[in-house]
Every structure is written in structure tokens, then in C-alpha cells.
Design a protein around this ligand. Structure first.
Ligand SMILES: [Zn+2]
Ligand SMILES: [Zn+2]
Length: 258
């Protein structure tokens, strides 16, 4: 019965730092190398999509012990990046674990301050750096109707609530873990690509105004409850991951993407 209440998983796109992007840490602001990675969500959309400024990408994957993202899901994220972005120098994953911060609940401010302590890769030369953080515990404002699975909270950072994903996948009545993970990883990454109306200009109006920076096409990867479109018990196949619709694709291409 409880499953019904959780029928629609919410992939959050609380674009937290769009409105509060001021950096209180003067030390970081004075460091141009780090400050380039501490901008608002969507601000580096063109840097991801085109290779005008960066020809390759490093993804720093940091996970809390016990909550390692599946390799297939990371592979699915990389293949998505290669489909949408020009990065002729390649995409490299640099993965490591950390001990649990021992918190049951996280605000995005807390996630952001942990990032400041543990992130080691920043943009350098022709290499763009992405920070992907996989945590235990859960998002502070989850309620009985919806749970947050991921948040894109900076221009080159997203957090995945991996423990929450594990809780709601791989049961008979739930999506497979790889399918749910791949969907959430691609969805959050697409916010960093500037979707929707978040750094990649809309070529036609398809903004779901009631639900933040999401697409109003129900079957699109960028719909706010894209997980409801996941085939429960679906095969683990890249084909089954929800896709970007033609309008989202048009926005990315207009901003230098593939
Ligand atoms: Zn979203
Ligand atoms: Zn769309």
C-alpha cells in the first residue's frame, strides 16, 4: 500500500543556487580555478555541450561507502554525454569512496559544504570537471508523497540520493536499479546542460511553468516525474531509459551540442 504513495518519484530540480549563488567563502572566490566550478546550475551548459572552451571532461564520482553507483549506470551516463556533447578528448571517470557523513537528512547547503571539503577536480586547461556525489541518508524535505532522488545544485555538481534509489528499486513492483539510476543521472546532468530554460535558450516554449525547469512533454527525460514513465520490471537496456524529446534536443543543439 505504501508503494502507491510513492508511485511517482520526484527527480528534484530545485535550482537552489540560481537564486542564492553568492559564495560566502572569500577564500574560494579569490581562487579563480575553483570559483569557475561554483556558479549556478546551467551556467556551464555551453562548456559541456560544445568544445569551444573544453575538449575533455573528467567526472569525479564520490560515493559514501556502501552506496556505489552501478558501473552500468555510469556507463549509461557517459554514453549520454557522448551523444549530446562535443568532447573529442574523451570523458574520464575518477571514482572513490568516503566514509559516511553520518547524517540521516541533508539540505542542499550541507551537500554543498561537504563538496567544498572533498572535491579535488576543478576545471583545468582544456579539461572540464564535473562533481557527482552519491550519498546515504535522504533529502531533508522528503514527505509521504514524494522523495527526491537527485539535485543539480551548481554549474558542475549534482548529488544523487543513492540510498533512496536503492530503497525504491529492484523490488518486483519497482524499476530495476540500473534503469532508475541511469534515468536520474541523465536527468540531473541534463539540468547542467541548461534544460529547461536554464542556460540553454528554448527554441520553442516547452517549459512546465508549474514545476520549475522541466519539460512539459510527459514522456521526456526532463519531465518532472520522468520516473513514472519507467517501465516497472523493465529490462535493463539503454533503450528503456526515457529520452529527451525533440524540443529539448533542439535547445541543446542551439547551444552548441550534438
Ligand atoms: Zn529535474
Ligand atoms: Zn523535453
Amino acid at each position: 500500500m505504501l508503494k502507491y504513495t510513492f508511485r511517482y518519484f520526484l527527480v528534484a530540480s530545485f535550482i537552489f543556487f540560481v537564486s542564492c549563488a553568492k559564495d560566502d567563502d572569500s577564500q574560494e572566490t579569490n581562487n579563480p580555478t575553483k570559483s569557475a566550478n561554483r556558479q549556478g546550475t546551467g551556467d556551464s551548459a555551453n562548456d559541456f555541450l560544445s568544445e569551444d572552451n573544453f575538449t575533455d571532461l573528467v567526472i569525479e564520482v564520490v560515493y559514501v561507502e556502501g552506496f556505489e553507483p552501478s558501473q552500468s549506470s555510469l556507463d549509461n551516463l557517459v554514453s549520454f554525454i557522448n551523444q549530446r556533447c562535443y568532447k573529442s578528448g574523451g570523458v574520464e571517470i575518477n571514482k572513490r569512496s568516503i566514509v559516511s557523513p553520518n547524517k540521516e537528512l541533508f539540505t542542499i547547503e550541507e551537500i554543498d559544504s561537504i563538496e567544498k571539503e572533498i572535491r579535488t577536480h576543478y576545471n583545468s586547461g582544456s579539461r572540464l570537471a564535473l562533481f557527482a556525489f552519491f550519498v546515504d541518508g535522504e533529502y531533508k524535505d522528503n514527505d509521504e508523497n514524494s522523495v527526491v532522488l537527485g539535485v543539480a545544485y551548481r554549474n558542475t555538481s549534482f548529488v544523487i540520493f543513492e540510498e533512496t534509489i536503492q530503497k525504491f528499486s529492484n523490488d518486483f513492483t519497482e524499476p530495476s536499479r540500473v534503469l532508475l539510476e541511469s534515468t536520474v543521472y541523465r536527468h540531473e546532468f541534463s539540468h547542467l546542460l541548461g534544460l529547461v530554460d536554464l542556460g540553454s535558450e528554448m527554441q520553442a516554449d516547452h517549459l512546465d511553468t508549474e514545476n520549475g525547469h522541466h519539460c512539459d512533454v510527459e514522456t521526456c527525460l526532463m519531465n518532472y516525474r520522468v520516473e513514472s514513465g519507467i517501465n516497472v520490471g523493465g529490462m535493463i537496456s539503454e533503450e528503456n531509459i526515457p529520452k529527451l524529446d525533440s524540443q529539448c534536443l533542439a535547445d541543446l543543439r542551439a547551444n552548441g551540442g550534438r
